[in-house]
Design a protein around this ligand. Structure first.
Ligand code: PHE
Length: 335
């Protein structure tokens, strides 16, 4: 019986054949099972000896079938990989198919504008610690922004940065004052997604620190920069807004892109569209960054890059931007 089993196992080349074999030997009416059943007609010492024998056989048959199944599975997977599409990466490209993501396009445009105004462009990690994201920004321990509801905490106690402001402290320490820098980056917040909200989005932070920097500098830079982005004269307007790391803090609105300020459905007849939070950097934040607030002042803004892209290109659903839908995204070709 053992010999015939091994011969048949050798011949079973796919999982169905092995399964058939398993039933034939170990199934309810399988030959090994029949042998075990036959034991009831044997008596005494002989029964014990034969029982051990048959059970050993049963175990071996089970093990061999298991091993054969593993072998076949591996071979089948290998065949699947081999039959997958093959690409020759050395083939010459006949036509450039790619296009930049609209966020990349706007980010680069902003970088160019700010670089021409003397700002450096800084890169910063997406994984930060509590100190940089909150503590150094004058955000107290009990502030709701630290809630698990909003922040993705990692197992090691670090977190995914919830705003580009998380880089302020490190950049102040790196350069000291005077300082002009922008830092674009990807931010994460634990939010339910809909047409206007995403858990992953892009911001561009800007800070300018020098002697005698005032709100009028902030207004001037924002107006100049936005007029270039939208390729037309943009008016800005400040409303009070609260952020622990600026004092005073503002919400900056721009004149409506559709009606230019007359009032239309797109700006709910107000003539203004909300664009970005900003303000004068809080003295505590300057101090934490090693800059003397008695000597220097500065402004900061947190431009929502994703939001800006939606406004500039009239994108209605934020989810389109993260979708990886190349057909939708390739509309935004670089001029
Ligand atoms: N970091 C703030 C946010 O994402 C925005 C902000 C930046 C506000 C700079 C003021 C100054 O909500």
């Amino acid at each position: 019986l053992r010999e015939s089993f091994e011969r048949e196992l050798e011949a079973a080349k796919n999982s169905e054949a092995v399964e058939k074999l398993r039933v034939a030997y170990l199934g309810k009416k399988g030959s090994v099972t029949e042998l075990l059943k036959g034991l009831k007609d044997v008596s005494g010492e002989q029964k014990k000896e034969m029982g051990q024998h048959i059970n050993l056989l049963k175990k071996q048959v089970e093990e061999k079938i298991g091993a054969q199944i593993e072998k076949i599975k591996a071979a089948e997977e290998e065949a699947l990989v081999a039959s997958a599409e093959q690409y020759d990466v050395t083939l010459p490209v006949t036509e450039a198919e790619g296009s930049y993501h609209p966020i990349t396009l706007v980010q680069r445009q902003l970088e160019e504008i700010f670089a021409s105004m003397g700002f450096t462009i800084e890169d910063y990690s997406e994984i930060v610690d509590d100190y940089h994201c909150f503590e150094a920004l004058n955000i107290p321990k009990h502030h709701p922004a630290r809630d698990m509801q909003d922040t993705y905490y990692l197992e090691n106690g670090q977190l995914l940065k919830t705003h580009t402001s998380a880089a302020q402290n490190a950049i102040m320490k790196k350069y000291g004052a005077p300082l002009r820098a922008i830092f674009p980056g990807r931010c994460f917040r634990n939010e339910a997604t809909d047409a206007c909200h995403e858990n992953t989005f892009f911001q561009m932070e800007g800070i300018m620190i020098d002697k005698n920097i005032s709100i009028s500098n902030l207004i001037y830079f924002m107006k100049t920069m936005l007029s270039e982005v939208f390729e037309r004269d943009i008016n800005v307007c400040l409303r009070p807004g609260f952020f622990p790391f600026v004092e005073p803090g503002f919400e900056l609105d721009i004149s409506c892109l559709i009606c230019g300020g007359e009032g239309c459905p797109s700006c709910k007849n107000s003539g203004w569209l909300e664009l970005c939070p900003c303000g004068m950097i809080h003295p505590n934040v300057l101090t934490a960054g090693g800059i003397d607030p008695e000597e220097y002042t500065g402004f900061a803004f947190g431009l929502g890059l994703t939001r800006l892209v939606m406004m500039k290109y009239g994108v209605k659903d934020i989810r389109d931007l993260n979708s990886g839908n190349l057909k939708a995204l390739s509309q935004f070709r670089h001029e």
